[in-house]
Ligand binder design. Structure first.
Ligand SMILES: Nc1ncnc2c1ncn2[C@@H]1O[C@H](COP(=O)(O)OP(=O)(O)O)[C@@H](O)[C@H]1O
Ligand SMILES: [Mg+2]
Length: 565
């Protein structure tokens, strides 16, 4: 063993570069974000050989003062925050002060910048190490950062670069993300000397049409919803704009492109009634909220975020999107009934018109012998979605999918609390294709999966077999369930999934198992569901906070028909 030594600065930066500078596209992302933070209105991207030879961004932003030039390339040097308080409220895209230093550790970097009030520009260059002395240079106010020969001094990493076309594809995607986040700015993208995209400042609709195609623009609905400090705006693709791949899904949080499972789940749920099967929705959505309510310092690349009120954000996004996708349902007068129970705070904030009803026993009790249960007896099923039932007070309407989902979730929660969800062996194992990583995840997480009611075995290098599934959902789409649980485990790890993410997890399970709309239920099945609702805690609202049932009293119906008493 060697003695312990403090690493030289360059080695620290090269190690850090592994996280920040994965490929040319990550360089491009960092440079574009710096230009946005500098208040640029016009950004020009120049790429050579997919960005491997050169990634360059020119902007007309505020520039760097001469005295700061050397620091811009130094590690942990930033002009954006100076204290923990500022970190917690950070409104800029950058703040870690490590991107340029990391990039400079593994590439040849030149920074030419002219501050607005400076007489001329200055240039500073670094090649895998400390920057050289700044020299006077010529350019208009703004900044050019040029990054050449990525990984020239770290051959092991260079081997991970793919073909020029692949690297260009990733750069193009990084460019689109920024261009969609800021339709108010002008962008140009050049590759190998040819202009491949040119965008002038425009509306989001026009920007989306330019980058995602006219098809998307024509088949999307505007979203604009606000609830207290939360605001969601953007364009949600209608089912006609759905795709086979999830390649047109852009979610921005305070201007930052993110991939977040909580948000993805809220979106998926909102689309659930309109989008079938494996079709992927297309959307460009921008969530804005108080920067203090979201932690962006989760990972150096900052595509993950954590919300302080994760549940509130989920609810808000889900409802806002669902209403945008089905305006008619949301605008319809849902409430004729006298509603007394105020919903949870978030519903008040959303000014939801659908109230969450408390369970209230009917007013006039029938003689004991005929006493009807609180939710009454089923009469019929309406359009495969609602159960109509009669109780003492009048008519009860039940959203059968929402109610079933809630019941399943509560049952599984009880199972999990008691040590594990009850399993049922499948007579014929359900075999499905899986990626090598899924196979590995299944093997590593055998115990966690069993706690969740799933028993998987490896059926081949690219195949898994489900041998047992949660008893409550053995009849459902078991492979789809297994796939989403594996994805969850892969992303968050077993400990997280079973503890902090338990509710999300149970919601996923329940969602896979609950009766789908348009399934005909027999009257006894409907009555069984009503009885289970009465016994289930929190059955008044579904897992997403929507009400599961609604009472229309005879009085309400009389009023509806202007029937005097
Ligand atoms: N295009 C630019 N225009 C103006 N200043 C820039 C630009 N790029 C980088 N800088 C300056 O260099 C600093 C370091 O950049 P970077 O390493 O990306 O860290 P961070 O963005 O986290 O502050 C920034 O804080 C900023 O002051
Ligand atoms: Mg930065």
């Amino acid at each position: 063993m060697r003695a312990i030594r403090v690493m030289p600065e360059l080695l620290v930066s090269q190690i850090a570069a592994g996280e920040v500078v994965e490929r040319p596209a990550s360089v491009l992302k960092e440079l574009l974000e710096n230009s946005l933070d500098a208040g640029a209105t016009e950004l020009q991207v120049t790429l050579d050989a997919g960005g491997v030879k050169r990634v360059q961004v020119d902007d007309d932003g505020g520039g760097v003062a001469q005295g700061d030039l050397g620091l811009a390339l130094a590690r942990h040097a930033t002009s954006k925050i100076g204290s923990l308080e500022e970190l917690e409220a950070v409104a800029t895209l950058g703040f870690r002060g490590e991107a340029l230093a990391s990039i400079a550790a593994v590439a040849r970097v030149e920074l030419v910048s002219r501050a607005r009030d400076a007489a001329h520009a200055w240039s500073v260059a670094a090649e895998g190490g400390a920057p050289r002395e700044p020299r006077p240079a010529a350019r208009a106010p703004g900044t050019t950062v040029s990054v050449a020969d990525l990984y020239f001094n770290t051959p092991a990493r260079r081997k991970f670069l793919r073909t020029e076309a692949t690297e260009f594809g990733h750069c193009d995607e990084a460019f689109r993300r920024v261009a969609l986040a800021r339709p108010d700015l002008a962008f140009t993208l050049r590759h190998n000397g040819r202009v491949s995209v040119h965008l002038k400042p425009q509306s989001l609709e026009a920007r989306a049409a330019a980058l995602l195609g006219d098809g998307f623009a024509a088949a999307s609905v505007p979203v604009d919803a606000q609830a207290g400090p939360l605001r969601l705006r953007g364009l949600a693709g209608a089912p006609q704009a759905a795709r086979n791949r999830a390649d047109a899904q852009y979610f921005f949080v305070n201007g930052r492109y993110v991939r977040d499972r909580l948000l993805a789940h809220a979106v998926r749920e909102a689309y659930r009634d309109t989008l079938h099967g494996e079709r992927q929705p297309a959307f460009v959505l921008r969530l804005e909220l108080d920067p203090r309510a979201v932690d962006v310092n989760v990972h150096p690349a900052k595509t993950e975020v954590r919300f302080r009120d994760a549940r509130g954000v989920h609810q808000f996004v889900f409802h806002a999107l669902q209403r945008a996708l089905a305006p008619s349902a949301a605008d319809a007068p849902v409430s004729y009934a006298s509603v007394s129970a105020p919903g949870p705070a978030i519903q008040a904030a959303l000014a939801m018109r659908e109230p969450v009803m408390d369970y209230r026993p009917a007013a006039a009790p029938l003689p004991a012998s005929q006493k009807a249960p609180p939710l009454g007896y089923a009469l019929a099923q309406l359009h495969g979605v609602y159960i109509l039932a009669q109780n003492e007070a009048g008519l009860v309407l039940v959203d059968m999918h929402a109610a079933h989902e809630r019941i399943l979730m509560e049952k599984m929660k009880l199972g999990l609390d008691a040590g594990g969800i009850e399993r049922q062996s499948l007579l014929v194992p359900a075999v499905f294709r899986a990626q090598a990583l899924d196979v590995a995840t299944a093997e590593e997480n055998r115990a966690a999966l069993e706690t969740l009611g799933l028993e998987l075995s490896v059926a081949g290098p690219n195949e898994l077999a489900v041998r047992a599934a949660p008893a409550l959902l053995a009849g459902g789409d078991v492979p789809a369930l297994a796939r989403s649980l594996l994805a969850e485990l892969r992303e968050f790890g077993a400990a997280q999934v079973l503890a902090a993410r338990q509710n999300e997890l149970l919601a996923t399970l329940a969602c896979h198992a609950a009766v789908r709309a348009n399934r005909a239920l027999s009257v006894p099945e409907m009555n069984a569901l009503l009885r289970e609702m009465e016994e289930t805690e929190r059955s008044g609202s579904c897992n997403h906070g929507r009400p599961t049932w609604y009472q229309l009293t005879l009085g309400d119906l009389d009023k509806l028909f202007l029937r005097g008493r």
